[in-house]
Every structure is written in structure tokens, then in C-alpha cells.
Design a binder for this molecule. Sequence first.
Ligand code: TIU
Length: 230
Amino acid sequence: MTEPVLVPADPEPFALPPDTTALMLIDMQRDFLLPGGFGETLGNDVTQLQRVVPPLARVLEAARAAGLLVVHTREGHLPDLSDCPPAKLRRGNPSQRIGDPGRYGRILVRGEYGHDIVDELAPLPGEAVIDKPGKGAFYATGLEQLLRDAGITHLVVTGVTTEVCVHTTVREANDRGFDVLVLADCVGSYFPEFQRVGLRMVSAQGGIFGWVGDSTALLSVLSTTAPSTV
Ligand code: TIU
């Protein structure tokens, strides 16, 4: 059992216990990040999300080296869309809908190229990949059981988008008793103002949903931890 390390964060340093902390990468999928994917069909500027990849790749490498549990998630649906609520399918006025053929295969459908994670952050064999039909990673998935079975108490949350799937997951995790650190430069929104306010909403009111730090702060302390051998 290694001692917690203190990560500089708002509203106060985050005491991170390396043995019971998981790194979560939310929905770093081609459909959200690449031109022509689902994100762009919703009318969004995908370049806003691409800046997340380099710092997150550094955090992923450091987390693996420190022996943290790594959990990737992917938003998407079964090929027959039976797990996609009709309201989600109809929502908005996208040029293409979930399940339609897109530049990277059927949009947000499991097994398609666009549904999978960008090459730079590809899961290693053995890393957990949680497929989720909703915005939150706990809803209708085995995530909570996986974390409990692994003895996880703390989460470092990264990914896209800040105010949608990251926020929903952070709130779900907070209600389940996990301590959550969000890395500001490793989460991304299509909307700069949502990025700013979304992060403030996590750490305001004494950390109502969790803590907010950044990759530099985490990397400075993770490099001092070694994987536990017991
Ligand atoms: N549209 C948007 O901002 N996000 C999503 O649809 N899913 C996730 O955030 N992953």
C-alpha cells in the first residue's frame, strides 16, 4: 500500500492514493474527434476537441507506468439500435443520425471504425473498455462493479465532451462516493464557454462534484510513484 500523493487542484489539493485510483478516458472516439463524424454532423467544430489528445496521451503513458487502472469508455449503440432511446435518435436536426452511414462507418454504432478510440489513445490489451448507450459511464454498464471489484475509490477523469459525457459521469461517480479529479486540459468541449463554466461547476461550492487540476500537476506527482508490488 503506497501513501496518497497530493495533486495541486481546485478547490484544494487532491489526495490521490495510487493503489486505488483509476484513470478514466471518456469517449475519445473518432466519431467525436475527426471531421465527418457524429460530432461534426451535430454542427460542431471538432478541432476544439483535438487539443486534448497530446496532454492526455502523456497522462495515459504516466498512468500506465505508475500502475493505475485504466478505463476507456465509448458511447454507442448495438447495430439494430435497440439500446438507443427513440428520443435520442430523433433529437436535434443533424445532417446524419445515429446509425446512418457516415465517413467512418455507421455513426456511433459498436464495431464501426468511427465508434472506436483514436489511434493515439488506443487501449492496450487487457485495459477495460466500457461500451455505454448513454452519456454517463455508469448508466446501463458494468463500470461500478468493475471499479468496486478492483477496490477503486478515486477517479481521474478525462475525455470528451466536458459538459456532456464527462460531466454526467463525474456526477454519477460523485453520487456513488468516488472522489473525482478532472484534468482541465485533458477534457474538451466544442464550446469554449461550456468548457470554462463546466469546469467551474465541478470545483465550486467547496468541490460540489469534485476537484479540477491539470495534466502538469498530475504528471509532477505521478512520476514520484511506483507501481505497488503487493
Ligand atoms: N454532443 C456532445 O457534446 N457530446 C456527446 O454527444 N457525447 C459525449 O460527450 N461523449
